[in-house]
Design a protein around this ligand. Structure first.
Ligand SMILES: N[C@@H](Cc1c[nH]cn1)C(=O)NCC(=O)O
Length: 453
């Protein structure tokens, strides 16, 4: 059965189709909201270090480079875990994986509350990255199974959007708690949230609304097969490259280099730079429903939106980097707004993976796609650091607008690579769409006649 034919079974809205619960009904919302709460917690844990950074440097007695290593290690583990986690998800389902993710993240934050050595802190961050890696793909699998296909693109976008609230919780309440309650109590409280959500998970979340959902009966040896089959789909690889190309710039900016670029490079105050970083979260939240509407209406042209978005991001970066001296504030605002749109834009990658894979491979396909943006972000973080070391060997105190001009320009290598790969896989994916009747619903009427004479 082709991917789309399998998916179309989920269009039923009554309970005759082997359904225990109505697609998009009350139980679906309860499952989704519980899963989202876990995703918010994952994003909160992921971004907590950004807020706790200066206190962490003090507590562990470490340099800025060692502090950055915490974040790098966490992200590297997150990216490396995506494919194994995706395959395990197809084997064990979302409930088990969300439980494992909660347990891993919460234990790691608990350890982080008490460790005092740098090595201990690194080990804790490794496990935070590992637990975090299990969450998002599991939530998207629930979305694909619990909602009617026509609503899945929008629900996927809103899922990404709501997850960003975790970053706001760490920027606000965690920053406050660290100041008022101290390190140990704050991280202890963060880990207790995991225990509460584990109870909600056990009570509310079911893997599937179907009575006999055909969960992949793969033995561990056969798990690799699901990954191979998902990888063979040009649509999965198109999703990977869309995710790769759209999201890395906003990640790099938010996680590592945005703040020094805006302060040391563009001469903004700390408060101005923080406001622009906050504006990125707000933009990502506002752009999500807009993209959701577009991809629901024009599924054939999802990659066209991605291409347009990437060209816009490249153009605004070009304007900032070529601006003589420091860029004016209006241009920096435009820069963060357009760059931030790449976050929700990257969700198109997951939508492509879902369209071109049957439900028993969604975990593997989503995991493959999710490697893209995080791997690109990691690579770019490192490349920018290498160039900065070269052009400003005196360290952060010697950064200037010109050092960042060269360093940030390395992003073009990544964008151009991504664009070439998107164009390549979009051609292959479209040829699959035009040759397989199962994808006929994706082809707009104006092209359908031409494609099927
Ligand atoms: N593209 C992000 C999510 C997002 C949505 N809006 C802004 N960012 C993504 O890939 N998320 C994966 C994850 O684990 O958070």
């Amino acid at each position: 059965m082709s991917a789309v034919t399998a998916e179309s079974a989920t269009t039923a809205t009554d309970l005759d189709d082997g359904l225990r619960f109505r697609l998009g009904g009350r139980r679906a919302f309860a499952v989704w909201l519980t899963a989202i709460a876990i995703y918010v917690l994952a994003v909160f844990h992921r971004t907590s270090l950004g807020v706790a950074g200066i206190i962490a440097a003090d507590r562990f007695g470490i340099s800025s480079a060692q502090l950055a290593t915490f974040a790098m290690v966490q992200l590297a583990v997150y990216a490396a875990m995506q494919i194994p986690v995706g395959a395990l998800l197809d084997r064990f389902g979302s409930r088990v994986m969300l439980g494992a993710g909660l347990l891993t993240m919460s234990s790691a934050q608990l350890a982080f509350a008490f460790v005092e050595s740098y090595a201990g802190g690194i080990v804790a961050r490794i496990f935070v990255g590992m637990g975090d890696a299990m969450v998002f793909v599991s939530v998207l699998r629930l979305v694909a199974l619990w909602f009617p296909p026509a609503r899945v693109p929008m629900v996927t976008q809103v899922t990404g959007l709501l997850g960003q609230l975790g970053a706001l919780v760490s920027a606000g309440p965690l920053a406050y708690a660290l100041k008022e309650l101290g390190w140990t109590t704050s991280f202890l409280a963060a880990s207790v949230a995991g225990a509460v959500l584990a109870i909600a998970l056990a009570v509310v979340v079911l893997d599937s609304p179907y009575r006999e959902h055909e969960r992949t009966e793969l033995k561990m040896r056969a798990v690799g097969r699901a990954v191979r089959l998902a990888w063979r789909q040009p649509g999965t690889r198109l999703g990977l490259w869309c995710h790769f190309t759209t999201q890395f710039s906003s990640n790099v900016f938010a996680i590592m280099w945005g703040f020094p670029f805006l302060t040391a490079g563009q001469g903004l105050s700390t408060a101005q730079a923080s406001t622009l970083l906050g504006l990125m979260v707000v933009t990502a939240i506002c752009a999500s429903p807009v993209f959701g509407v577009y991809i629901t209406r024009y599924p054939y042209s999802r990659s066209t939106l991605v291409l347009g978005l990437v060209v816009a991001i490249m153009a605004v970066w070009g304007a900032v980097l070529l601006w003589p001296g420091r860029a004016p504030m209006w241009l920096l605002v435009l820069l963060v707004v357009i760059t931030a749109a790449g976050g929700p834009g990257s969700m198109i990658g997951f939508d492509l993976a879902r369209t071109f894979n049957p439900s028993n491979r969604i975990g593997s396909a989503t995991g493959i796609v999710n490697v893209g943006g995080f791997a690109a972000a990691l690579g770019t973080v490192v490349l920018i650091g290498v160039v900065l070391d070269h052009v400003a060997p005196g360290g952060p105190s010697t950064y200037t607008v010109d050092s960042f001009r060269w360093a940030m320009a390395v992003q073009y290598l990544v964008w151009v690579t991504g664009l070439v790969m998107i164009v390549r896989y979009r051609r292959r994916t479209r040829s699959v769409v035009h040759s397989d009747e199962a994808y006929a619903h994706l082809v707009p009427a104006r092209l359908a006649d031409r494609a099927r004479p």
